[in-house]
Unconditional design. Structure first.
Length: 284
C-alpha cells in the first residue's frame, strides 16, 4: 500500500475504532477487505473504488461506505486528503446483538432519492468530525468517538438491510477462498508465486481457481499479484534509498522491461518520476 505523506490515527481503547486523516499520494491499492465497515470521506483530489467488481467514483466531501468483508480496491489519480474510519461490527454487539446480520449499502452513486436527506446528515457528521480534527479541540478523541458512533447508528438505521439467512450473491466458501488467497499473496508476494501455488493453497484446480478469482475480483490472479508488487514498489520508491533494481528484486519482480511497461500503465509515470516528485516535495 502506498505510504501516506502524513497520517494521524486514533484507536479507541474499548471499541477498536480506527480513525485516520491522511494525505495519500496517487496510486493503486489492490483488492483487500476489512473485518469492520469502512467509511471513506475524501476531502480533495480524485479517486475511484471498486467494490465487488463494480467501479465507483469517490466524490469529494461525499461519504462512501464499504461493508465488512467486502472485497474492494482503490485508485487515486493524484495526492489527496482522506478521512477513513474503520468500525469493527464485532465490537458493537453489546449495543446491537444482531448487528452482524445488518448489511450496509451506502455508495453515493446508488443512493435513492428518498435517502438523500439522511445521506446529507451522514456527510454532516463527517464534516463536523473533520472540523474537530482541524481545530484540535479539547477532548477531541471523546468527541470524535461520539460522532463516529452516531454515524454508525445512522448507517444501520437508514442504510442497512437485515438478512436473517445471510444470503450472498457469492457463496460464502468462494468468498473465503478469495480472501485466503489475498492473505497468501500479502505474505508471499516477494516470492516466485505461480497460479498453481495459489490454487493449491486453497485446494482447487488451477482452471477453477482462475474462473472464481476473475469473477470475484475483476482481475486475473497474475495481474493482481503484479498490482500488489507494483503498489509495494511505489511505496518503497518514496521511502527507501535502494536503487530501482534493488526495490524490484525485493518485491519479487525480475523483468526490467515488463516492469517499466506495467508501472507506467498503472501509474502514468516512470519510477524515476515518482522519486523526483518525492524529492521536490521535501524541498518545498
Amino acid at each position: 500500500m502506498n505510504q501516506p505523506h502524513h497520517e494521524k490515527i486514533f484507536e479507541t481503547s474499548t471499541l477498536g475504532i480506527g480513525l485516520s486523516f491522511s494525505t495519500v499520494p496517487g496510486g493503486y491499492q489492490p483488492s483487500h477487505w476489512h473485518d469492520g465497515m469502512e467509511i471513506l470521506y475524501p476531502l480533495n483530489g480524485e479517486a475511484e473504488i471498486t467494490v465487488d467488481n463494480k467501479n465507483y467514483n469517490l466524490p469529494t466531501k461525499n461519504a462512501t461506505v464499504v461493508d465488512s468483508f467486502k472485497i474492494h480496491s482503490t485508485f487515486s489519480k493524484d495526492s489527496s486528503m482522506l478521512l477513513r474510519i474503520l468500525i469493527p461490527k464485532e465490537q458493537l454487539k453489546n449495543y446491537m446483538p444482531d448487528i452482524m446480520l445488518c448489511h450496509i449499502d451506502c455508495i453515493p452513486q446508488d443512493i435513492r432519492i428518498d435517502q438523500f436527506e439522511q445521506y446529507y446528515k451522514l456527510c454532516e457528521l463527517l464534516a463536523e468530525l473533520t472540523r474537530l480534527y482541524i481545530y484540535d479541540v479539547t477532548a477531541f478523541r471523546l468527541s470524535a468517538e461520539g460522532l463516529i458512533l452516531q454515524a454508525a447508528a445512522h448507517l444501520i438505521r437508514y442504510f442497512s438491510t437485515k438478512d436473517t439467512l445471510a444470503v450472498s450473491e457469492t457463496d460464502p466458501l468462494t468468498v473465503e477462498r478469495i480472501r485466503s488467497v489475498i492473505r497468501y499473496v500479502e505474505t508471499h508476494y516477494q516470492e516466485n508465486i505461480s497460479l498453481q501455488d495459489a490454487a493449491a493453497h486453497i485446494g482447487i484446480s488451477r482452471e477453477y481457481f482462475c474462473r472464481i478469482f476473475k469473477k470475484n475480483t475483476g482481475s486475473s490472479f497474475l495481474q493482481y499479484l503484479n498490482d500488489v508488487r507494483l503498489s509495494k514498489i511505489y511505496g518503497d520508491l518514496q521511502t527507501s534509498s535502494l536503487s530501482v533494481s534493488e526495490i524490484m528484486e525485493k518485491n519479487g519482480i525480475t523483468s526490467q522491461k515488463q516492469f517499466n511497461l506495467s508501472f507506467k500503465k498503472r501509474y502514468g509515470c516512470t519510477p524515476s518520476a515518482v522519486r523526483r516528485a518525492k524529492a521536490e516535495a521535501k524541498e518545498l
